[in-house]
Design a protein around this ligand. Structure first.
Ligand code: FES
Ligand code: FES
Length: 154
């Protein structure tokens, strides 16, 4: 089945089985390898992308059910200048790095939905798992991202 998607601001047409999870369309058809496969069960968040601005676990989402704009880590900013990306660098958050694209995308969606999140908002939004246990640094990175975002330093 041919399906047209809008990914990182560009329209692309892919020929895939309609039940194919969006994750595999992004990785295997479009070569966007920043979005990772972890559990394949909607649990870990490694596959998080934005669909119409909302953090979405792409491993369980059939491509046929996708409408609207998809943003992956590659499309978050043209030059890694998004507040979340800058905050992740400042906080030196990654260890192995595998989970971190999904973590950054979860944070970016939070900033968009709630520019001034409470600590409880952060806890509710940042549910992605990290096998390296970098949760302390991720928390710090989110707090830095909130500050950078509020300063308008995009
Ligand atoms: S790979 Fe999608 S939630 Fe784990
Ligand atoms: S940095 Fe290794 S899984 Fe999170």
């Amino acid at each position: 089945m041919a399906q047209t998607l809008k990914v990182n601001g560009k329209e692309v047409t892919v020929d895939v089985d309609p039940g194919t999870p969006l994750l595999w369309v992004l990785r295997e058809k479009l070569g966007l390898l920043g979005t990772k496969f972890g559990c394949g069960q909607g649990l870990c968040g490694a596959c998080t992308v934005h669909v119409n601005g909302a953090a979405t676990r792409s491993c369980l989402l059939p491509v046929v059910a996708v409408s609207g704009e998809i943003t992956t880590i590659e499309g978050l900013s043209p030059d890694n200048s998004h507040p979340a990306q800058r905050a992740w660098i400042e906080a030196d958050a990654p260890q192995c790095g595998y989970c971190q694209s999904g973590q950054v995308m979860a944070c970016a969606a939070l900033l968009k939905a709630k520019p001034k999140p409470t600590e409880a908002d952060i806890s509710a939004a940042m549910t992605n798992l990290c096998r390296c246990g970098t949760y302390g640094k991720i928390r710090k990175a989110v707090q830095i991202a909130v500050k950078l975002n509020s300063e308008g330093e995009v």
